[in-house]
Design a protein around this ligand. Sequence first.
Ligand SMILES: [Zn+2]
Length: 369
Amino acid sequence: MKNVGVAYHEFYEKHDTGYHPERAERVIHTKNQLEELDLFGDGHKSHFHTIIPRLAELTEIQWCHSPQLIEKIQQLSTRAQKWDELLFTDGTYGDTIISGSSFTAARYAIGGNFQAIDDIMSQKIDRSFVLCRPPGHHANNTEARGFCFFNNIILAAEYLIHKWGLKKVAIIDFDAHAGNGSEEILNNRNAEGEILFFSIHQHPATLYPGTCFVDEIGEGKQRGKTVNLTVLPYSGQKCIQNLFNQIINPMMEEFKPEFILVSAGYDSHHADTLTAMGLMDQTYSFIIQELAKMSSKFAKNRIQCTLEGGYNLVAIGNSIANTINALAEDNVIFVEDDNYDESQKGIEFTMNQLIPELQDHLKPFWSTF
Ligand SMILES: [Zn+2]
């Protein structure tokens, strides 16, 4: 059994988006469910721990974001607070809403990731889940977008490199939407350390943000270290298993990450109406089990998940419970009927087109191919 910490802060509920899919109920419902299952909170089992998030410093946020973006988010949030209204960060009719508490919430979301890393690196816990809002993986160096202000996951990777001196960090993003902000920040990155970035997402021709195709493998220093695993709608768990067997695990074996970070987005669940990837409750257990094997081989068991999307409350509650129990290496809690929404077309595309194309693009950079 592994010791697992869950980070939660009341400000994760206070980031007010009004009538919007990315809403406070997502984390409130999930926290309640985790407490009921004895995975978080008072009276939890001995191997579950509470992480108290701190505020991220503005200088830390600048590892990934321009001072102009940070100032803009701070000013918009202050204005929203003053007039007690909700504003958009991306034009009058955008999709990224900011409230009076949002800037502080965003700093606690980043700081929750930092504190969880400190707790892992100082060996208080082995692994963690940061149950935070706002999410981060669509935010790039200069833009807040797609419900995201600052990129929590890349900031977490920078924290591991700058504060803890690690050299190799791997990130897996399994949100149904591509981690386009993460990809773009990594393309502009010149700092020390190596970040291997996998984004498993629904094919960008069928879903926001419409970028991060299979031939985008990183630019500059990042070339060969960004991997876009673009599955067709209704691909389901079998595709994910094949992608781990043939792409992710062999690359992990060669890369030997010292820490594994996860952009944990649960809109890839079949019950999520915004998307159509077709994953099941137990698919998230499977993903963590695969990463756990790699973490025990190379990363002293260190895995940290941070919440991204996921808008069906029942699905995220069950799937996050499965994720956390898998981090602890305990039994799978929620198991659905097999092969939900899985299409033969999706499996054939993954096996006959996606995997060979990925191997082709990555071959010059990885001896495993
Ligand atoms: Zn998403």
